[in-house]
Write a protein that binds this ligand. Structure first.
Ligand SMILES: [Zn+2]
Length: 218
């Protein structure tokens, strides 16, 4: 944590621009929709929630009050199955689009058929969000996982909430449930805190306008 502490201290005194965004933190899945499940039975939705709550805690330390799409292990809405899933996603979009100056931060975990692949991967929606995604990716590489050579990319156009959200945002795929090393790390409190801090520190730099191309006026 020493290096993370140094990173925190390196954050310039934060003068929030008038147009600062409200981060909307989306813990993916929840309730009947667990998302990906590891072969050992670890469910994505719980990890997403835990990292989302830790990210919100870290942001509050810096005076930023995020909107949390969910704070418990539940879906948004009733029932189960396809119609409930679609109602859940629509409700998430409503929350995002009804938040003034929203900036979406969606937390998920990856899953892949080949267990060799691992490492956090950060995606962005909108060129405005690209410097933030790249900063989170770089901080994760520097502070958590020097072997992570992933490069931030645009969120796939098929991802519903990003397609429907009227704001920019980032999608943090924090690791692969199909990779033994990631799975072990993702279950650790310390690792979850580091992920939350990496997201928060980069977000603070983004909002303070110190990332190239950041959307200070947006
Ligand atoms: Zn997911």
């Amino acid at each position: 944590m020493k290096r993370l502490a140094a990173l925190l201290l390196a954050i310039p005194l934060l003068v929030r621009p008038a147009a600062a965004h409200t981060p909307v933190i989306d813990a993916g899945h929840g309730g009947f929709d667990g998302g990906a499940v590891s072969s050992s039975g670890v469910i994505e939705s719980g990890l997403n929630l835990s990292i989302a709550l830790r990210t919100a805690d870290a942001m509050r330390l810096f005076g930023i009050e995020p909107v949390l799409i969910r704070e418990t292990d539940s879906a948004l809405g009733e029932g189960s199955g396809r119609s409930a899933k679609s109602a859940d996603l629509k409700r998430r979009v409503e929350i995002i689009n009804s938040t003034d100056d929203a900036f979406l931060i969606s937390i998920h975990q990856n899953m892949f058929g080949d267990s060799r692949y691992g490492g956090a991967h950060i995606f962005y929606k909108g060129e405005d969000a690209r410097p933030l995604a790249e900063a989170i990716q770089a901080d994760i590489r520097a502070q958590l996982d020097p072997s992570n050579e992933r490069v931030s990319k645009p969120v796939a156009s098929s991802v519903y909430i990003f397609k429907k959200a009227s704001c920019a945002g980032v999608l943090a795929e924090c690791g692969f449930l199909s990779n033994a090393r990631d799975l072990e790390l993702l279950g650790q409190d310390g690792h979850q805190k580091k992920l939350a801090l990496a997201i928060t520190c980069a977000y603070l730099r983004y909002e303070s306008g110190s990332l190239v191309g950041s959307a200070g006026e947006g």
